[in-house]
Design a protein around this ligand. Structure first.
Ligand SMILES: NC(=O)c1ccc[n+]([C@@H]2O[C@H](COP(=O)([O-])OP(=O)(O)OC[C@H]3O[C@@H](n4cnc5c(N)ncnc54)[C@H](O)[C@@H]3O)[C@@H](O)[C@H]2O)c1
Length: 277
């Protein structure tokens, strides 16, 4: 009885969910979990093979999934992916904007000063994270607006609340994503439908390929000074596991959060709450 009550509140079965960046570490875990919860999952990524691998894994476990190549920075590519997903799986209920990342060349270091950061690298990081969230939202939200229902989840970062040292482009872009999340939530509710919700998750620190070069010494495998200070700055004193994002994600996608829009939910072991003393 109690179990059924909770299960009904968080039910996402048969929802059609498109996830960009779903060939990557965090979003592939999301894609597999959402399929396990009964959702129909479109795995979207620039790396077609990675997307196909995730979709195959879902299908091998009895889930419903479709792999689609997309470049979140190319309008035509997003239009085509959207068309293919809706044509194959039906109307998309949820878009998760997961594609994002950072690169060494847009990060200050003893070898690369702020003054010398190449414009091309900063632009690459800014565009991937910021425009790579705005453009898919434009295309998927148009269809949601037509139906009067939909749900968007963006992926922000700790660097949005307080910029993290070194990662200039990434911090600026993620701050823009949190801002855009609030903007779009208001815009969709006021102009299209009160049943279109837009929220974001701000993950704390998860050791992935995107940040490994900053957190682990390549030669020794030991934590870098930055890695040590992240753990010291996280009251729970560890990195997160990708699975620990799932509770917040399913809550945001389900009716359990039906009055929640325009929020950025930190899943961070207390990092954002900690003043350092
Ligand atoms: N790892 C962390 O600790 C952390 C913390 C906060 C936020 N995030 C965010 O979470 C999201 C996922 O990060 P991750 O750590 O799993 O990284 P990841 O590098 O494993 O995954 C990112 C995916 O995005 C895809 N991608 C890159 N450019 C693309 C494009 N133009 N079009 C479509 N897909 C593209 C990549 O192929 C990759 O599969 C990102 O937005 C990242 O910024 C990660």
């Amino acid at each position: 009885m109690a179990e059924k009550y909770v299960a009904k509140m968080f039910d996402i079965s048969n929802k059609v969910i498109a996830i960009t960046g779903a060939g990557g570490i965090l979003c592939s875990v999301m894609a597999e979990a959402l399929a396990k919860a009964g959702a129909v999952v479109a795995v979207l990524d620039l790396r077609e093979d990675a997307a196909a691998g995730v979709a195959e894994k879902i299908k091998s476990k009895g889930g419903k999934s479709l792999a689609v190549k997309v470049d979140v920075l190319n309008r035509q590519s997003i239009e085509e992916a959207h068309k293919r997903v809706e044509g194959t799986l039906g109307p998309v209920d949820v878009l998760i904007n997961g594609a994002g990342g950072n690169k060494k060349e847009a990060t200050t270091s003893p070898e690369l000063s702020f003054f010398d950061l190449p414009e091309s690298a900063v632009r690459w990081v800014f565009d991937l994270n910021c425009l790579g969230t705005i453009m898919p939202s434009q295309i998927f939200c148009r269809a949601m607006a037509g139906r009067g229902a939909g749900n968007i989840v963006n992926i922000s970062s700790m660097s949005a609340f307080h910029p993290l040292t070194k990662v200039l482009g990434y911090s600026a872009a993620k701050a823009a994503i949190s801002n855009f999340t609030e903007w779009l939530a208001v815009h969709m509710a006021q102009n299209y439908s009160k049943a279109i919700r837009v929220n974001a998750i701000a993950p704390g620190f998860f050791l992935t390929e995107q940040n490994r070069f900053l957190l682990v010494d390549e030669k020794t495998g030991q934590p870098t000074e930055r890695g040590k200070s992240i753990i010291a700055g996280t009251p729970m004193a560890r990195y997160g596991a990708p699975e620990e994002l799932l509770g917040a994600l399913i809550w945001l996608i389900s009716d359990a959060s039906s009055f929640v829009t325009g929020t950025v939910i930190a899943v961070d072991g207390g990092f954002n709450a900690f003043g350092g003393v």
